[in-house]
Design a protein around this ligand. Structure first.
Ligand code: FAD
Length: 432
């Protein structure tokens, strides 16, 4: 058995976990990050969702400091570019390397290849957690505070924290297996209607009639085999523009918190990818000679468990662009819920130029020393359709990490920390 002691232990190295661990360490807390894969990035790297949806409120960028630092560096180094609507398109290998570098520079201890397996609690507090490493070796961690950024509220679940009512597998948003093709002729695709960004990158999606018309031709020939209306998005890799990733499959009825169900979803995802490639090769100009070079390491999971925190963010809060005295992150991203049992997406834009706030209370679980950030925060199914995007997850992660460090330093329990101080540290640039 290996025993480790930290001020703060962050579980899960996706956008939220990265934000949380970096913020915590930079604020002076001795911090560890536990991640089941050999790299950080979460869905952006493991599921190849390498597209950060940083929607502004009018012209105002509402992402927190760390997200802006991270994307500025990525763009500067050639590992990312901006496409329409403030989408930041990235190279997953650049993400992995930059996240390693930023976390190591901040002296976060990284425990890759470690999967959370057990959480011990006494009287409503986490006393230790255990992660399983290679060869079945157990790693035991004690800490003053724990941050669950697994996306699936794994630590909260194992700690017995209050969760929102479980949905049937068929009621969660569908999953998507993202695939990547090489050897695409960008100019031909652009002549057929794809956007050309910075004179070299392709960007195309179901918001474009040109793409949807091609899909309709395949449908009329009975050669559209994918259970969705159209392909959601196609985008060039920043390093190799003729390498295109495609968000185009739709896998419904599986449970992202069940290994067997998740395995079936992976298999079905790879099966549907074959249909995507057949369609592109046969129908879409520029893709005639394109070949598949990879499917993502894991299927992209949009929705699983969420905590029932001290406040439940609602659809009304999002659409009314509500603000809160204890808000610690902001978002201008619409409600974007992929329908579970029917085709299409429930999409509701926010009023132009506005954003809403996410209260700190959405991160406070019913377990005293356990914060939750990212996809599993306390928000309803529809509100989470907005809060789930990666810039927002990174912002709630930054808030959780900063809050944890303040709590350790000032020796104050999480729910009593000085919110004004927290807001100053993380929202400084937004508040001006
Ligand atoms: C198909 C698809 C398309 C999307 N499109 C976009 C988009 O265009 N733009 C956008 O901004 N967002 C998009 N999203 C949403 C976004 O990717 C996720 O909601 C976001 O990544 C969630 O961040 P997170 O940090 O909460 O969790 P995740 O990104 O899921 O990261 C969680 C991390 O925790 C690790 N982990 C989980 N369990 C354990 C455990 N037991 N032990 C150790 N480690 C563990 C995982 O390996 C992972 O690294 C999309 C999502 C999907 C699925």
């Amino acid at each position: 058995m290996n025993n480790f002691n930290y001020d703060v232990v962050v579980i899960g190295g996706g956008p939220a976990g990265f934000g949380a661990a970096l913020a915590s360490a930079r604020q002076g807390a001795k911090t560890a990050l536990i991640e089941q894969y050999g790299f950080c990035g979460g869905m952006a790297t493991a599921a190849n969702v390498s597209v950060y949806a940083n929607f502004p409120a009018g012209t105002k960028n509402v992402a927190s400091n760390i997200f802006n630092e991270f994307t500025t560096e990525l763009i500067h180094s050639g590992g990312a570019y901006k496409a329409v609507n403030a989408w930041v398109m990235t190279n997953p290998e650049d993400i992995k390397h930059l996240l390693d570098t930023m976390l190591c520079n901040a002296k976060v201890d990284l425990f890759y290849h470690c999967k959370l397996s057990e959480v011990k609690t006494v009287e409503g507090k986490v006393t230790s957690i255990t992660a399983i490493g290679k060869s079945g070796v157990k790693f035991d961690f004690t800490a003053r505070l724990y941050i669950d950024t697994t996306g699936d509220a794994e630590a909260a679940y194992l700690a017995g924290a209050q969760l929102q009512a479980k949905l049937d597998a068929g009621s969660y948003q569908p999953m998507t297996m993202i695939c990547t093709l090489a050897n695409v002729n960008i100019q031909s695709a652009v002549k057929a209607g794809a956007h050309l960004i910075d004179s070299k990158y392709l960007f195309w999606g179901n918001g474009d009639d040109s793409l949807n018309r091609i899909v309709e031709i395949a449908k009329s020939n009975n050669e559209w085999k994918i259970p969705r209306d159209s392909l959601a998005m196609l985008w060039s890799d920043p390093r190799c523009p003729e390498v295109i990733s495609i968000n185009g499959t739709r896998i419904s009825g599986f449970n992202g918190c069940d290994s067997y169900s998740l395995s079936q979803a992976d298999i079905e995802g790879r099966r549907q990818v074959r249909f995507v490639v057949e369609f592109l090769n046969k129908y879409v100009p520029g893709f005639e000679k394109a070949g598949i070079i990879k499917t993502a390491a894991q299927i992209g999971v949009r929705e699983t468990r969420r905590i029932a925190g001290q406040y439940l963010l609602t659809e009304d809060d999002v659409l009314q662009c509500r603000h809160f005295p204890d808000e610690i992150a902001m978002s201008a991203y619409p409600i974007d819920v992929h329908k579970s049992n029917a085709n299409g997406v429930d999409y509701h834009d926010l009023p132009h130029g506005k954003c809403y706030g996410i209260p700190y209370r959405c991160l406070l679980s019913s377990v005293d020393n356990l914060l939750v950030a990212g996809r599993a925060i306390s928000a309803t199914h529809n509100a989470a359709g907005s809060t789930r995007v990666m810039p927002v997850c990174m912002s709630t992660g930054e808030a959780a990490g900063t809050a944890a460090a303040i709590s350790c330093r000032d020796n104050i329990i999480l729910k009593n920390i000085n919110i004004t101080l927290l807001q100053k540290k993380i929202l400084g640039l937004i508040l001006g």
